[in-house]
Ligand binder design. Structure first.
Ligand code: CP3
Length: 343
């Protein structure tokens, strides 16, 4: 494989790079005063579905910092909306659906409309034309398990018991739901790629609520189908496996080209287990960004030293950046990663 003109894509493909590329999960969010200003005037849904606004918000962190990739501004819960389930963002609660899934007929009724995504696809083309060619645009979707957790509860939950009991009690119905989410996600990913994204990340933020045994049988096959589809398009696939990062052999079965890891594991240990079968993205504890620059430098050095040779590493946090982070700390983080990894 030949080097592209994007350092982020080269690292995904485990090609030699001059330094470790960096982007930050949830980089276009509430810790930025300019995000909060736009959000005062526009609803979250307007920001996702107005191409100019979607592009403007996506570009906020790119204009402010020297990041190597943009991630399109959207949400994993657009998939339930494309299937007919709408949500509202409720302050201090998070996304709340008008109606959660209560019974079998609610699952039968789910009916995918690709038309729902048309403004998102326009937004992607616009972002790609506004973004420097050397920077990558990351598209994304949720893993079916993580998305289904929200569809059953109707809102964020501390344990997602409803989906867990559905899969145990009614596995056939569970499969019907997962097939609908998976097929919708594959169509959505095709649209994102056609519109111009350069890589796709699958967020499995609720991966931790499923047992290892159940994961292999009830979550992995759907993730694998999506990842195989992304791989068939020659676009790097990134699987963010929150809570599953000590089960490397299990998550490697997704066949993802990049594994995104949370902050609970040592990146060097992960690298030794992965043995060049995937590139690795991560994994600074997001709470480090609330500490002094001296601590940030120390914790970043630990990750870089633990990883060793910088090929196949994409620097990121181990989960999304939180609203209370000072943007100056983000700037320091990016500079220090570049300084410490430059050849
Ligand atoms: O990374 C980025 O900057 C791109 C945008 C992005 C958002 N959500 C914007 C958003 C991405 C990649 C997501 C993914 C997402 N959404 C996940 C997986 C990643 C993760 O953090 O675990 C999940 C579980 C969701 C569902 C979701 N959306 C929740 C639970 C919430 C409320 C909690 C929160 O963090 O505010 C949202 C709302 C949301 N999605 C906001 C943003 C910027 C906050 C919107 C606002 O209040 O202005």
């Amino acid at each position: 494989m030949k080097n592209s003109n994007q350092i982020f894509i080269d690292a995904c493909n485990m090609l030699p790079v001059d330094r470790t590329p960096i982007w930050i999960m949830r980089q276009a969010g509430r810790y930025l005063p300019e995000y909060r200003k736009i959000r005062l005037k526009s609803s979250f849904h307007d920001m996702m579905h107005t191409p100019e606004l979607m592009s403007e918000v996506t570009m906020l962190p790119i204009n402010r910092f020297s990041l190597d990739a943009a991630i399109m501004f959207s949400d994993i819960l657009v998939i339930p909306e494309s299937l007919g389930m709408n949500f509202k963002l409720v302050p201090k609660v998070g996304p709340v659906f008008e109606q959660e899934i209560l019974n079998e007929s609610d699952i039968e009724k789910l009916n995918f409309q690709n038309d729902y995504f048309k403004n998102i696809y326009h937004g992607i083309s616009l972002i790609r034309s506004n973004l420097d060619q050397k920077k990558s645009l990351i598209g994304f979707a949720g893993a079916p398990w993580t998305v289904a957790c929200y569809m059953l509860e109707g809102k964020p939950s501390k344990d997602y018991m409803k989906l867990r009991s559905l899969l145990i009690e009614k596995p056939i119905l569970y499969k019907k739901l997962m097939d609908k989410i998976t097929n919708a996600t594959i169509d959505y990913i095709d649209g994102q790629i056609e519109a111009g994204v350069n890589a796709i990340q699958i967020f499995d933020s609720n991966g931790t609520y499923i047992s290892k045994y159940h994961y292999e049988k009830y979550s992995l096959p759907y993730i694998k189908k999506i990842i195989n589809h992304i791989n068939s398009k020659n676009v790097p696939s990134i699987y963010f496996a929150k809570g599953l990062c000590s089960e490397i052999d299990l998550i490697l079965k997704t066949e993802s080209k990049v594994l995104g890891i949370d902050w609970t594991v040592d990146i060097g240990d992960v690298k030794n287990k992965v043995l060049n079968r995937a590139a690795i993205q991560g994994n600074l504890d997001p709470s480090v960004l609330l500490c002094s620059n001296k601590i940030i430098k120390k914790e970043v050095s630990k990750i870089i030293n633990s990883f060793g040779n910088n090929h196949g590493h994409i620097f990121n946090l181990g989960h999304g950046i939180t609203p209370s982070v000072n943007p100056n700390s983000v700037e320091f983080l990016i500079d220090i990663v570049k300084e410490l990894t430059a050849k």
